[in-house]
Design a protein around this ligand. Structure first.
Ligand SMILES: [Zn+2]
Length: 266
């Protein structure tokens, strides 16, 4: 955890060749009547810490404090949500990553804890690619869930403040008010083009969602079905997957990757 280290400890880590920095991206946005506004920040940070525990001796990645505020415009109809403009958030993310690259970190892993920021993440990673020599990866925990586990774990729709997020919040010890859980299955245009399940491929078309147009309570799915046990199964599966990914990332020769790209364009 970067925030609890001294600058000498960071320097020592770099000197020994440990050059992976992880940047978790959270949000302060509504999560229905049963989950707190910091749900994404709390969950992504604790998932990262749990995964890093599994490879701490081997990979020694440094975990940057999670960004607690990002781009949550689509939730601004719900009180308490705080958002940056998308371009401000992109700049903040790029400059946080550049600070770590400035100090000598060569591999940056951005871990988004919520949806609705894929455009900013795309811009940020390409800006960092254009402007620095670091190897920058965006890694979403959902992608580390083996589909055979995902299928049995939560019943779709798995979207926002539903069964999955509530179960993971229970497993990661955030404040959950199960007695206030509201199940809501929103109806709106072209529902078959909205991704409802971690095991589904991304939809072929997409459109922006202003969430209040879809959900009154702020929930989307079946949070009342959430169990701590299923949350723990999810946490175990995705932190194992992310830990394996970190080992693979450590083994990547980033200069070799760069060379291959130049060869491609020759
Ligand atoms: Zn969330």
């Amino acid at each position: 955890m970067l925030a609890k280290m001294t600058w000498q400890e960071v320097a020592e880590r770099l000197k020994k060749g440990y050059n992976i920095a992880i940047v978790p991206v959270g949000a302060l946005e509504q999560h229905g009547p049963m989950l707190p506004l910091d749900t994404d920040t709390h969950n992504v940070y604790h998932l990262v810490l749990k995964a890093v525990e599994k490879v701490v001796e081997e990979v020694k990645p440094i975990v940057v404090p999670p960004l607690w505020c990002s781009y949550s415009w689509h939730f601004m109809d719900f009180p308490g949500t705080i958002t940056l403009k998308e371009e401000t958030f992109t700049k903040v993310l790029v400059e946080v990553c550049k600070s770590m690259i400035h100090h000598g970190f060569k591999k940056i892993v951005i871990v988004p804890g919520h949806g609705g920021i894929s455009g900013a993440l795309h811009t940020a990673r390409y800006k960092l690619k254009e402007q620095t020599d670091a190897f920058v990866v965006v890694a979403n925990f959902g992608t580390f869930l083996p589909s055979k586990i995902g299928k049995d774990l939560f019943k779709p729709p798995i979207h926002h403040a539903g069964e999955a997020e509530t179960a993971v919040s229970l497993a990661l010890g955030n404040e959950v008010h199960m007695d206030r859980a509201v199940d809501e299955i929103p109806k709106g245009p072209l529902p078959k083009y909205i991704k409802f399940d971690y095991t589904q491929p991304p939809p072929k078309v997409s459109f922006p969602l202003r969430m209040k147009e879809w959900t009154k309570s702020g929930s989307w799915g079946y949070p009342s079905r959430a169990s701590k046990e299923n949350g723990e199964k999810y946490v175990e599966a995705v932190t194992n997957g992310f830990a394996t990914f970190l080992k693979e990332l450590k083994a990547v020769d980033w200069r070799e990757t760069l060379e291959k790209k130049y060869n491609y364009f020759e």
